[in-house]
Write a protein that binds this ligand. Structure first.
Ligand code: PGA
Length: 239
């Protein structure tokens, strides 16, 4: 794994945005694997800026997101579909019909997982996959557990994740209990993976991902199995 130490959050965001721009320059119809959370917001801002400056176009691109809360849809301000529309898609020239986020409102959620896996397969996986990381070393919503699931699946969110994600909700209890997430197989199918981590609170999780044993209790450690992963962090990752 390549580790890039950025001076600060802004440099981290520029660095990630430039990697996505490079991907689109070499393949204008690239499939972008995208992530939600606070960490990639700066990257999206930089990409919007580059689009406005005429440096990049997303017109032929497709995107596929990692996850969505079960029970939340586009009309809910806390859904990941809404996050992506507001933070990114509505500000660039991507055709929103080519942007995919699991449908958290599908009444048959198991069927939704299968549909999403088939869709991912049809798209050929992501050319570049952006990832955040949880303080518990989750990626997407693949939470630490005795077993990890390869396919897209429904996951019960850990208390620590619901707490971390409660920022925009009334309380941690108001955060949905379940989410749909791309599994480890989907994530590892991406041609290139860029993991972003900002702030000292993520140091331990990133250290486990980069130097730790491959362990289902630190899902990000499975990234060691992939041969094209870049970690960009704005702290020193001393071994
Ligand atoms: P964050 O979330 O970017 O809001 O810290 C990361 C994650 O949980 O994957």
């Amino acid at each position: 794994m390549e580790v890039i130490r950025a001076a600060d959050y802004d440099e981290l965001s520029v660095c990630a945005a430039e990697m996505i721009i490079q991907t689109l320059k070499s393949k204008n119809d690239a499939v972008l694997g995208l992530a939600t959370g606070s960490t990639p917001i700066g990257t999206y801002k930089r990409l919007i800026e580059a689009y406005r400056q005429g440096r990049v176009s997303f017109a032929a691109a497709k995107s596929i997101n990692l996850d969505e809360y079960v029970g939340l849809g586009e009309n809910d301000p806390n859904s990941y579909r809404r996050f992506m529309n507001d933070m990114f898609f509505n500000n660039i020239d991507i055709d929103v019909r080519n942007t995919y986020v699991p449908d958290g409102l599908n009444k048959n959620i198991q069927q939704e997982c299968m549909r999403y896996d088939m869709l991912y397969k049809r798209l050929g996986g992501a050319d570049i996959q952006l990832l955040g990381i949880g303080v518990n070393a989750h990626i997407g919503f693949n939470e630490p557990a005795d077993k990890l699931v390869a396919a897209t699946h429904v996951v019960k969110l850990s208390q620590s994740t619901r707490m971390a994600n409660s920022r925009n909700f009334a309380s941690a209890q108001a955060v949905p209990e379940y989410a749909v997430t791309l599994g480890m197989a989907g994530i590892l199918k991406a041609k290139k993976i860029v993991l972003l981590a900002s702030g000292e609170a993520k140091r331990e999780a990133v250290a486990k991902a980069v130097y730790g044993d491959i362990d289902t209790h630190a899902p990000a450690s499975f990234l060691q199995l992939h041969d094209n992963v870049t970690v960009i962090c704005d702290f020193c990752l001393a071994k």
